[in-house]
Write a protein that binds this ligand. Structure first.
Ligand SMILES: [Zn+2]
Length: 120
């Protein structure tokens, strides 16, 4: 099932007016308000944790990964528009103190572009 539409985030509703977009095609992905932490590492360096993203495809495949914070089950995510690899979704965290990550998203910093002004 292909996704043919793109969602534009309504910046008027957001206090910070900062949008994180795909670095390749500029599809809107999430906003600064959805940012939980910048203190994460992806496959290619720094990565950010968000509680909600849009315009992404979540892989049907799930992978078990041992990370510095313990064992996690993740699904990789890609831009729904240009298919650039963006990061992953935490499907399951096995350590009790890591449970807050379940259902949340890692976006690689190198895959993001910050937009400060509305798209006209
Ligand atoms: Zn893209």
């Amino acid at each position: 099932m292909g996704i043919t539409y793109r969602i534009y985030l309504d910046m008027e509703q957001h206090q910070y007016h900062k949008i994180y977009a795909c670095s390749k095609c500029k599809s809107h992905l999430t906003t600064a308000q959805r940012l939980i932490s910048k203190d994460f590492h992806g496959l290619h360096g720094k990565a950010y944790l968000f509680d909600k993203v849009v315009n992404v495809k979540v892989s049907n495949e799930q992978e078990e990964r041992i990370m510095t914070t313990g064992r996690h089950c993740i699904s990789f995510i890609a831009c729904a528009n240009c298919e650039r690899d963006l990061g992953w979704k935490y499907v399951r965290a096995y350590e009790p103190d890591q449970k807050y990550k379940e259902g949340k998203y890692i976006l690689e910093k190198c895959s993001l572009r910050m937009l400060n002004s509305p798209i006209s």
